[in-house]
Design a protein around this ligand. Sequence first.
Ligand code: HEC
Length: 126
Amino acid sequence: MKVSLRKIVPIFAAFLSAFAAMQLHAASAQDGVSSNELVKESGWQTVQENCTKCHSAQIIVQNSGSREVWKSRIVWMQETQGLGELNLDIENSILDYLAANYGQLASSRRPAIRPGFLPTNPEPNQ
Ligand code: HEC
């Protein structure tokens, strides 16, 4: 049986591109998984020292929030989870680091449709 190259090459190319697409997908899926380690930006050692005794850094890096939100988490841990008082300079350094590197994420939801752009309600009496 003679197998023509003209038939084989496109099939081979299709397999190759499917494989390449899978590789790309795997790579981007991996990028999406955040590292369990703190970003090595200014002040990270202070966070490492003070914030990873009771839990790993993972719980920190998977959270986000403004400075106030991070402050409220610290207060919550102090009031309910046995976190001691932090030296003011240390606390400020931690909050600066967290707000800068794990700041408030923008909402991914689309804004609500303005009333003028909504279709009329077909059953207004309900
Ligand atoms: C004395 C122990 C202790 C220390 C030190 C500590 N934490 Fe925690 N933290 C906890 C406990 C306990 C929880 C709850 C864990 C759980 O839900 O599995 C927690 C939860 C968290 C959470 C998740 C809160 C939520 O809303 O789910 C974050 C974020 C966090 N800690 C950040 C920090 C940061 C930042 C520091 C350093 C200032 C820190 N932790 C230091 C005990 C501690």
